[in-house]
Design a protein around this ligand. Structure first.
Ligand code: 5GP
Ligand code: MG
Length: 180
């Protein structure tokens, strides 16, 4: 275990097993729809790479990058730094995101994508912090890997100031690891 990790919340094996189940759920709902899976960079990239390989049917890949968080605090503002490359009109789209917290970033992304005339739009979040939702946000994920308590987590794509994304498990940082 990494020296700055206090506790492993989700092991590689737990994650692997859940991804397999999510792949089956997505296959049931999208197996004949040639869906477009959108990866929200950078946090979802590890989850995305595993999920698309757990989906055993035709699909297409797109990538978006939005800015939301700096450090451990939500800034509240959302900017689209990188957009999808293909026309999404009439397509069945699934957003794959690392974590649904306040819901502000995904709400903005959904509004933006709906305006492109998609046939359907759903959210598949690796993690959900149900307690984190900002006031007035009613958005929920359609597929959730794991609900987690309101703690700051890293690993499996999630960072603290760009570090720890490559940890193969999900963990909680030691308090002293925040001091830079
Ligand atoms: P929100 O739902 O608040 O708009 O933002 C979700 C984004 O906040 C995620 O994509 C992720 O980048 C970041 N985020 C929220 N909670 C955590 C966390 O516990 N750890 C990390 N590393 N990022 C988080
Ligand atoms: Mg993120």
């Amino acid at each position: 275990m990494h020296k700055n990790i206090q506790e492993i919340l989700l092991s590689e094996e737990q994650i692997r097993n859940r991804i397999r189940e999510l792949g089956v759920e997505l296959l049931r709902d999208y197996g004949d729809k040639n869906p477009v899976f959108i990866c929200i960079l950078k946090g979802a990239v590890v989850f995305y790479a595993d999920m698309i390989r757990a989906f055993d049917a035709h699909c297409e890949m797109e990538f978006m990058q939005i800015s939301s968080y700096q450090g451990t605090q939500s800034t509240g503002s959302v900017m689209i730094l990188q957009d999808v490359k293909q026309d999404l009109a009439g397509r069945h789209v699934v957003i794959l995101e690392d974590i649904l917290d306040t819901g502000r970033s995904l709400q903005a992304v959904c509004k933006y994508l709906e305006a492109k005339g998609v046939a359907s739009l759903k959210i598949c979040a690796f993690l959900d912090k149900p307690e984190g939702r900002a006031p007035g946000i009613t958005l929920e994920a359609d597929y959730v890997g794991f609900p987690i308590p309101n703690a700051f987590v890293v690993g499996y794509g999630l960072d603290y100031d760009e570090a720890y994304r490559n940890l193969p498990y999900l963990g909680i940082l030691k308090p002293e690891a925040y001091a830079k």
